[in-house]
Every structure is written in C-alpha cells, then in structure tokens.
Design a protein around this ligand. Structure first.
Ligand code: SME
Length: 160
C-alpha cells in the first residue's frame, strides 16, 4: 500500500471513530490510540494543550508516560507552536532544544492545533527510527489532524 493510501484509509477511520462525539478527552484518547496502533514505527503519540503561561501541558496520549509540562517555547513542541506550523525533526539528537521524554525517540513530528486563528495545542508523534516522517507523512498526519479538529470541540486551556 502506498503511503498516500495508508493515510487515505486512516483518515476515513478517524472520521468514523470520532463521528457523533466532540469531546476533546474522548476524541483525543481514541485518536492517539488509533494513530499509535495503525502507523508503523511509533513509540509515542499524543496531545499537549497551551496553558495561559505559554507552557504546553500533557493531554491524551498513547505510549510510555511523558513529560507533564513543556516550558513555553521549548522543545520540538514549543518550536512548532511558536512557528504555528508543523515541524519535522529527522534526528532529535541534532535538535539542540529537544526535550527527551522517552529515550527511545529518534525522530519526531509536531502539528499545531487551531480553533480559527487561536493556537490551542499540538499533536506530537515520536518514532524510534531516524527520519521516520517524510513529506508524505507530514501531509498525511496533517490530514488526520484536520479530520480530528473538524470533529472535536477545542478544550478549555489547562491551568497555569
Ligand atoms: N520531544 C518533545 C517533548 C514531548 S515528548 O516527545 C512526548 C519535545 O521536544 O518537545
């Protein structure tokens, strides 16, 4: 199956799985579990929400326990939030500000989440393989995140 076809099928699965529900906790948990189990070579998949302080606070995820709070502007997640665009890191060891929550992670993609113009969080995928996320994966994961965002009510911000 081509990479495009994998994401095509997965996008349909996301829309079916989230149909009729808009709650962030419910949809976020199911979305993370689906992506974690359906895409090969991932060791962590999940959400961080923007706190009023700018910190990113852990949300629903699949994988090992992760860092609860990422300081504002730091890590791959903070960098993607600051540039308000997806960020792909082929080798996290070469990204000076990478925050290692799971030492198995070698490459990473972070996609920001918006309600209109307002950035309210990020979706993060980690892989134990170097350069796991190519251009087709970036486009595919952005498609999945769009389907998630269309089905889901943006959550209230977490506490400072
Ligand atoms: N590596 C991320 C932190 C989150 S974990 O990957 C779950 C970062 O550098 O922002």
């Amino acid at each position: 199956m081509s990479v495009f076809a994998i994401y095509d099928r997965l996008e349909r699965q996301v829309r079916e799985l989230l149909a009729g529900e808009s709650d962030f906790m419910a949809n976020g948990a199911n979305f993370a579990a689906l992506v974690y189990h359906e895409l090969p070579d991932l060791n962590w998949v999940g959400f961080y929400r923007c706190a009023p302080s700018g910190d990113l606070v852990l949300g629903p995820f699949a994988g090992r326990p992760a860092c609860t709070r990422l300081p504002a502007g730091h890590g791959v997640c903070g960098a993607a939030a600051a540039r308000r665009a997806s960020l792909v890191v082929d080798d996290v060891a070469a990204f000076a500000d990478h925050i290692a929550c799971d030492t198995a992670s070698r490459s990473e993609i972070v996609v920001p989440l918006f309600a209109g113009d307002r950035l309210w969080g990020v979706f993060d995928c980690d892989s134990p393989a170097l350069a796991r996320f190519g251009e087709e994966d970036r486009a595919g994961i952005e498609r999945l995140v769009r389907a998630f965002s269309e089905a889901t009510q943006p959550p209230e911000p977490p506490a400072r």
